[in-house]
Design a protein around this ligand. Structure first.
Ligand SMILES: [Zn+2]
Length: 376
């Protein structure tokens, strides 16, 4: 599934005549999603190219190359933020104006989807949103799927793995994963703040935190990106290098499954957690959102691996980006778990402790975050 509208991009590459056919509006409807989110669905005959404009108490969805169709009345569900919906033709574009009960914040990329036709449905542009809090109110700003246009401060939640009674893995020289990754995460916090991001950490000291709580912090802070920082261990002490993991229900290989077992085991220190948590998240996440989050996480992880490669950081043999059922990544926030290197390898244990190598890791991660496409 493509979550961005590619119409605009394609228009630049193909002869104009290919776009003589105009898009047609099919239907407009609203609904309530889990968590009380308002959903707007706009169905069109072909893939929509859209721009979102946020007003004081309006959300305008501009569809390019689409005529107004006043035979179509929006089907409005009760209990949403949408009071009424009207259409206005502005040049070639159709403005669909939703009058809102409360202002909304800029809708995050992972809450905007374009669905392919299936069954009785044509293309659908799906927007999920909640009312803006005082700090996130995005009055009179514009976002679209064709260009960068906002100066929004993106929110990154950094998760230093393990902590407190859970040391993570321990190198032969006694280096604890929880200590190394906290040091990297703190440096990363400073560097990302310097680069203009808003940064929160799940832990800023040697505290034990359950995996569910880490993911919950990312949700609560409405993070745009969640990065869990770890260091690895392998029974074979010759194994070394970084690897990056994204969430999937099935592990990409046996090693990825072992890693998930090891990282998820942190929660077995406490009895409760994983089961109930994963059920909650299953309820909170629609399948569509899961798909969008997975795609964005994959995009980030690939970019991060490229940044590590370019920085000359040793990569573990095999694929740089792997997939595993990691509890800490179960949320609506795109993200990745970065295994910075192997503490079980003597040379890398030494390296991971040095400030200069930590700086190198941090610089590569900052580059990957800067290059990540936060906007639709
Ligand atoms: Zn770990």
């Amino acid at each position: 599934m493509q979550i961005t509208g590619v119409g605009v991009v394609i228009a630049g590459m193909l002869p104009r005549v290919a776009f003589a056919a105009r898009n047609a509006l099919r239907s407009i409807r609203t609904g309530v999603q889990p968590g009380g989110k308002t959903r707007i669905v706009i169905e069109t005959s072909s893939r929509p190219s859209y721009t979102l404009v946020y007003g004081e108490n309006t959300l305008t969805i501009k569809l390019s190359n689409t005529p107004a169709d006043n035979s179509i009345t929006a089907k409005l569900a009760s209990g949403t933020l949408v009071k009424s919906v009207s259409q206005a033709q502005v040049g070639d574009a159709l403005n669909i104006i939703a009058e809102l009960r409360k202002p909304v914040a800029e809708i995050p990329k992972n809450q905007i989807m374009i669905l392919e036709p299936n069954g009785d449905n044509d293309y659908r542009l799906v927007l999920d949103f909640t009312a803006a809090s005082a700090t996130t109110k995005a009055a009179a700003t514009t976002t679209n799927n064709s260009s960068e246009s906002t100066a929004k401060k993106h929110i990154i939640v950094l998760d230093a793995g393990h902590g407190g009674k859970d040391p993570g893995c321990i190198g032969k020289g006694g280096t604890k994963e929880k200590t190394v990754v906290l040091s990297v995460a703190k440096k990363l916090r400073t560097a990302l703040r310097d680069a203009g991001f808003t940064v929160y950490m799940t832990r800023g000291d040697d505290t034990y935190l359950k995996l569910a709580d880490r993911a919950a912090i990312a949700e609560k802070k409405k993070a745009d990106l969640f990065l869990s920082i770890h260091a690895n261990a392998n029974p074979s002490r010759s194994v070394k290098g970084f690897s990056i993991y994204t969430l999937s229900e099935k592990a990409s290989d046996e090693e990825a499954q072992k890693l998930a077992d090891a990282e998820n085991a942190a929660d077995k220190i406490d009895v409760d957690g994983f089961e109930s948590f994963s059920k909650d998240i299953r309820v909170a996440l629609s399948a569509l959102q899961q798909h969008a989050v997975a795609e964005m996480s994959e995009e980030y992880a690939n970019g991060c691996a490229r940044a590590f490669n370019r920085a000359g950081i040793e990569q573990q043999a095999g694929p740089a980006v792997r997939h595993a059922p990691l509890a800490v990544l179960r949320s609506t926030v795109p993200g990745a778990l970065i295994e910075c290197g192997h503490l079980s390898n003597a040379a890398e244990e030494k390296l991971l402790k040095t400030s200069s190598h930590q700086d190198k890791l941090v610089a590569a991660i900052v580059k990957s975050v800067k290059n990540y496409d936060f906007e639709v």
